[in-house]
Structures are given as structure tokens and as C-alpha cells.
Ligand binder design. Structure first.
Ligand code: SF4
Length: 84
């Protein structure tokens, strides 16, 4: 199984915040949208993040734990923001 086969919230269980069940991306079936190729936009994921109650904590989590993919409406590469 690759990373993109996992639901994003399965990755989010790494957090101890206990709030990830409120994530707007929970159960989202479009896994690839959260790990876009450099040539792809991530408008789909960004729109979902914009309505998520965890947005602020999510970006902090991604930066602090070195995540890649779309988190909190931004794209990260090993914890560094590469696209907003
Ligand atoms: S801000 Fe985006 S990536 Fe983070 S939990 Fe919410 S929907 Fe998921």
C-alpha cells in the first residue's frame, strides 16, 4: 500500500490532539488530490480545507511533523511549505 492509498485521516492518527474526527477531509475518496504532482493544482483540497475547523492546527502539525502533501490548504514537502 502506498501513501496515496491511505485516507488522509489514517495519517492524521499520528496526532494526539483527539480532534481529527472533525477533519473536513475525513473519508474523502480523492486521495490523489491531497498529494498533487507539481504540475497539478490543488484547488479541490484547498476548498475542503477552507471549511475545516482544524485548519490552523493542521498547518502547524504538518510543519512540526515534517509532512508532505496538502495540509491546511497549503502544500508541504517534508514540513516545508512549497505552495500556498
Ligand atoms: S485543514 Fe485540510 S488537511 Fe487539515 S484536517 Fe482540515 S481538511 Fe484535512
Amino acid at each position: 500500500m502506498t501513501t496515496t492509498d491511505l485516507a488522509l485521516t489514517e495519517l492524521l492518527t499520528l496526532s494526539d490532539s483527539g480532534q481529527w474526527h472533525r477533519a473536513a477531509c475525513r473519508g474523502d475518496p480523492n486521495h490523489e488530490a491531497w498529494f498533487p504532482y507539481p504540475s497539478q493544482d490543488f484547488d479541490y483540497a484547498r476548498r475542503i480545507c477552507a471549511g475545516c475547523p482544524l485548519l490552523a492546527g493542521c498547518t502547524e502539525y504538518a510543519a512540526q511533523t515534517g509532512q508532505s502533501g496538502v495540509w491546511g490548504g497549503r502544500e508541504y514537502d517534508r514540513g516545508r511549505v512549497i505552495r500556498e
